[in-house]
Ligand binder design. Structure first.
Ligand SMILES: *[C@@H]1O[C@H](CO)[C@@H](O)[C@H](O)[C@H]1NC(C)=O
Ligand SMILES: *[C@@H]1O[C@H](CO)[C@@H](O)[C@H](O)[C@H]1NC(C)=O
Length: 193
């Protein structure tokens, strides 16, 4: 997110640049490792399956951003920052044809009993909202339609992400290499049991 001072209105605008997930799901047995010591709770929650619905409902349906902003924050800007635009993040000849068809008049409900993760818990359990992804096309193939998942194991492809996305334009790349070689000044140690 980026804060921008709006001089004429004397207020701060909050611009959402992009939305992603740090999807890292653990089930109740794994989370229970921390039941007597919170430092042992494996860190992370689910989000990869829920992201598109939650962002639509909380941001577009609520009137905070437009449908076009939704495409930008969930797709175009992510592809640009990871430096894989326009292979990803665009519907163009030569792009990967990863496309969703989203019905804003439909609705969703999140539950561990219906999600596609192997986990027995879902941090968004019970949340309902408007809008639903009805069709997902991955690499030109329909992989989700009529609530039916049609993915083929092993069909995923590694996508290389070159360094120096557009945010580096104008920055001396030698200096960037130097900066990224620096180590954090904090001495880290592992928590032991
Ligand atoms: C959680 O995952 C672990 C590792 O795969 C498994 O041993 C355990 O039975 C799972 N627990 C539940 C409640 O599914
Ligand atoms: C959603 O519903 C509204 C009101 O009934 C209708 O005008 C609109 O065309 C519908 N949109 C879609 C994508 O079905």
């Amino acid at each position: 997110m980026r804060f921008v001072q709006e001089p004429n209105l004397n207020l701060m605008l909050l611009l959402v640049q992009l939305v992603g997930t740090d999807h890292c799901s653990f089930n109740s047995t794994q989370k229970a490792l921390g039941i007597d010591d919170f430092r042992k709770i494996p860190n992370g929650v689910n989000g990869i399956e829920e992201r598109m619905h939650l962002v639509w409902d909380t941001m577009v349906e609520s009137g905070q951003i437009s449908a076009i902003d939704y495409v930008r924050v969930t797709s175009t800007e992510c592809a640009k920052l990871f430096n894989i635009y326009p292979r990803k993040g665009a519907i163009l000849a030569g792009s990967d044809a990863d496309i969703i068809i989203f019905n804003p008049n439909s609705s969703f409900e999140i539950s561990a009993s219906s999600h596609h993760s192997r986990s027995d818990t879902n941090v968004y359990e019970g949340i309902r909202g408007k809008g639903k992804v009805e069709v997902t096309i991955s690499g030109g193939r329909v992989v989700w339609e009529n609530d039916d998942l049609k993915v083929v194991p092993g069909s995923g492809k590694y996508v290389e992400m070159p360094p120096y996305n557009y945010l580096f334009d104008g920055i001396d790349k030698a200096e960037t290499t130097y900066l990224s070689s620096l180590r954090a000044p904090v001495k880290r140690s592992r928590a032991t049991s």
